[in-house]
Write a protein that binds this ligand. Structure first.
Ligand code: FES
Ligand code: FES
Length: 231
């Protein structure tokens, strides 16, 4: 029975010279090397969720061990840029950006609520764009500019948006407030004259259990107006 071209391709790729076969075979493909290669192909196919017959063995391989950066599983030291400053942390690569901010750097303004990207409480800026820090590994934030709520202002020097939250009574328990402030800060940076609908869309991923949304929208409109007045 003739082999399908794909089978022939696979065998040619895993074939080793006869003189390198440990079991002394005289053919191009030793039984041991064939089984080794077939096992590796099956394992790779299983990891990719395809059957071995479907696996494209001509695709480039991932980098070989030793040729790519390898971190972990224990703590690894790496650098992050947070609120304009370089910070070195030692954390396991599995730790989220939120975990590093709160547990390693003491930046507890960023809140942990759902821990699964559903509530927006952990929103920070990555290169100016809002992201859920509970859904991002800290090591993946290397090379990016991270801004947290502490980077916007402090109780004794709040920025215009934070001041507007206070003067418009836009918070109750405050657990959602840092995340909503970060989402709005990014939105106002991109659009200095938003409509109420645009503000609602900007905080669509932020849940406030206390229901402060009307006041939050008022605060955002007031902050935008104040910023336009200063421009
Ligand atoms: S804690 Fe990250 S989205 Fe809820
Ligand atoms: S102020 Fe309490 S969750 Fe928003």
């Amino acid at each position: 029975m003739s082999r399908r071209p794909r089978d022939r391709d696979i065998i040619e790729k895993i074939a080793v010279p006869a003189d390198s076969a440990a079991d002394g075979g005289g053919s191009t493909l030793s039984r041991r090397s064939f089984l080794k290669g077939a096992g590796a192909a099956a394992a790779a196919a299983s990891l990719l969720g395809v059957s071995p017959a479907e696996a494209d063995v001509s695709a480039p391989n991932p980098p070989l061990a030793g040729s790519a950066e390898r971190l972990g599983p224990g703590p690894a030291a790496f650098n992050l840029r947070i609120n304009g400053a370089a910070r070195t942390v030692a954390a396991e690569p599995r730790v989220t950006l939120l975990g590093v901010l709160r547990d390693h750097l003491g930046l507890t303004g960023t809140k942990l609520v759902c821990d699964r990207g559903a509530c927006g409480a952990c929103t920070v800026h990555l290169d100016g764009a809002p992201v859920a820090s509970c859904m991002m590994l800290a090591v993946d934030a290397r090379g990016h500019e991270i801004t947290t709520i502490e980077g916007l202002g402090a109780p004794d020097r709040m920025n215009a948006l934070q001041n507007a939250f206070v003067s418009n009574d836009a918070l109750q328990c405050g657990f959602c407030t840092p995340g909503i402030t970060m989402a709005l800060s990014a939105a106002l940076g991109a659009n200095p004259n938003p409509s109420p609908e645009e503000i609602k869309r900007a905080i669509a991923g932020n849940i406030c259990r206390c229901g402060t949304y009307p006041h939050v929208i008022e605060a955002a409109l007031a902050a935008a107006k104040a910023a336009r007045g200063r421009a």
